[in-house]
Design a protein around this ligand. Structure first.
Ligand code: NDP
Length: 485
């Protein structure tokens, strides 16, 4: 299937596909080979302004007045078109992000349902009447859209993150500007072609590409943008909070993580091994909710690690295009260097890095790193505290429940946690004590479009997905009417 355009991908601004105002393009790569995959037009700040204006005009002129039925119909059409083109989009992600094709296909399976879910939830965008002290006063609330929303995506899951941000924003009656990562813009550009076909009026969805430092910064600080939804690194998230503070914008942040996977001695070991090894290799470890701190009770450490290592030794690392491949490359040369730097840091601070699998079948210029366990890690090591974002896990042992909880919470992040135990009381005590936005017991953390997702501590602000996403995308007005007048 030929899924990549030979001509540079254009920006979508209002009703027009266009080149950036200065005619500049940038390359996007195939991480499995390190070679150029396609060219993309780069937006200027003037292009960002034009996109925001188009979104603002569409919002004011008609979109905010659309009925729930109309918005629902358009989102359902988009869902049907996504299903039609799902395989193509999956191939584009595989070529541009480096995800194994089986994983790309699997991760996009739920996207049409996500759009349908938010089409179906639109009737929940409503207010209520409040019985106040004065019988003559009718007091009620109206839930209203915010206006223009900037949706900024990272490079690890470009399509699922775009769809899960886009659905609730449009369902709630907002118009949007999508800003994919300049590292992985292509799947968003394929999605963008479906909006017109689905019947969305011009300006309701716009797409700008280019560096976060110029295009992203201009977008989040534009006075006509009312809400920013951002997924990415904590440093960038914190910068966005600072740059939007002057205008007191609504900001939702889904940031980094250093999630613990806690294995107690009474754990169902087979399931725990599958989740530990799976988290290490899935999307080459570039997953915000990946459990990158493996906390194992001392009494079972040896048996558990033997089984994890056996699984990792059998991992098939290779071309993402091969359906047999379980792990592909990292997304970029910069990310590969970052991961290698952290493996060196771990070694210097006294951990013992052990690598698994074979790179014999991969293209030498691709950005591959073997799955790596950092044996004998300590909770306070830098490699056990920083988000590395690659196939690397710190292995830390603990003696009892109290120590496990203390280590689990000894992190500036609080995105997710997984624990394996057959003791129900302990599972619930731990679930209550763990400081993170998601906890999974005897299973892995898998986000879904219909359950709220978001972090504690430096892992973010606000929730996305589920009904909570509708609240994030709306504002509540209280109205009082004195009926005696
Ligand atoms: P960033 O957080 O820098 O980028 C995420 C998105 O924000 C991209 O679209 C980027 O644009 C954009 N952006 C960057 N700067 C700004 C800004 N000032 N204003 C508005 N938008 C901006 O991620 P990186 O790619 O630099 O990755 C760095 C680290 O972040 C990773 O190593 C990892 O630890 C973490 N990360 C976490 C993710 C998660 O899901 N939690 C996802 C990705 C990264 P552009 O890329 O085009 O410059």
């Amino acid at each position: 299937m030929n899924v990549i355009d030979s001509r540079p991908y254009e920006l979508l601004i209002g009703e027009r596909w266009r080149a950036g105002a200065q005619g500049r393009t940038f390359d996007t790569l195939n991480p499995a080979t390190g070679r150029v995959l396609a060219q993309v037009h780069e937006a200027t700040e003037a292009d960002v302004d034009a996109a925001v204006l188009a979104a603002h005009e569409a919002y004011q002129a008609h979109w905010r007045k659309t009925t729930p039925a109309e918005r629902g119909r358009l989102l359902r059409r988009l869902a049907a078109l996504f299903e039609r083109d799902r395989e193509k989009i999956a191939w584009v992600e595989t070529l541009n992000v480096g995800k194994p094709i089986t994983h790309s296909l699997d991760s996009l399976k739920a996207m049409p349902s996500s759009l349908e879910y938010f089409a179906g939830i639109i009737p929940a965008v409503r207010g209520e009447t409040i019985p106040v002290g004065n019988h003559n006063v009718l007091n009620f609330t109206i839930r209203e859209p915010l206006g223009v929303c900037a949706l900024i995506m990272p490079w690890n899951y470009p399509m699922t993150l775009t769809v899960n941000k886009l659905g609730p924003a449009l369902a709630a009656g907002n118009t949007v500007i999508l800003k994919p990562s300049e590292v992985t813009p292509l799947s968003t550009m394929v999605l963008a072609r479906l909006f017109e076909e689905a019947g969305f009026p011009p300006g309701v969805v716009n797409v700008v590409n280019g560096p976060g430092s110029t295009v992203g910064e201009r977008l989040v600080t534009h006075p006509l943008v009312s809400r920013v939804s951002f997924t990415g690194g904590t440093v960038t998230g914190s910068r966005i909070v600072a740059s939007t503070a002057a205008d007191v914008k609504r900001v939702t942040l889904e940031l980094g993580g250093k999630s613990p996977l806690i294995v107690f001695e009474d754990a169902p070991l087979e399931q725990a091994v599958a989740v530990a090894a799976g988290d290490l290799i899935k999307n080459s470890g570039q997953v915000c909710i990946a459990c990158t701190r493996l906390l194992v009770q001392e009494s079972i450490k040896r048996e558990f690690l033997d089984r994890v290592q056996e699984r990792l030794d059998a991992i098939r690392i290779g071309s993402p295009e091969d359906p047999a491949t379980e792990m592909g490359p990292l997304v970029s040369a910069a990310q590969k260097q970052r991961v290698e730097k952290y493996i060196r840091i771990a070694s210097e601070e006294g951990a013992r890095p052990v690598q698994y699998g074979s790179l014999s079948g991969v293209v030498e210029t691709g950005f591959f790193v073997k799955p790596t366990l950092l044996m004998d890690s300590q909770a306070r090591m830098q490699s056990a505290q920083d988000e590395i974002f690659g196939p690397v896990q710190s292995v830390i042992s603990f003696r009892d429940e109290d120590e496990a909880l203390r280590i689990a919470n000894d992190s500036r992040y609080g995105l997710a946690a997984v624990l394996f135990t057959r003791d129900g009381g302990r599972a619930l005590r731990m679930a209550r004590g763990i400081q993170s936005g998601s906890v999974a017991i005897n299973t892995g953390v898998r986000t879904s479009f219909d359950a709220p997702f978001g972090g504690y501590k430096q892992s973010g602000i606000g929730k996305e997905r589920g009904l909570e996403a509708i609240y994030e995308n709306t504002q509540l007005k209280n109205v009082k009417y004195d009926m005696s007048v």
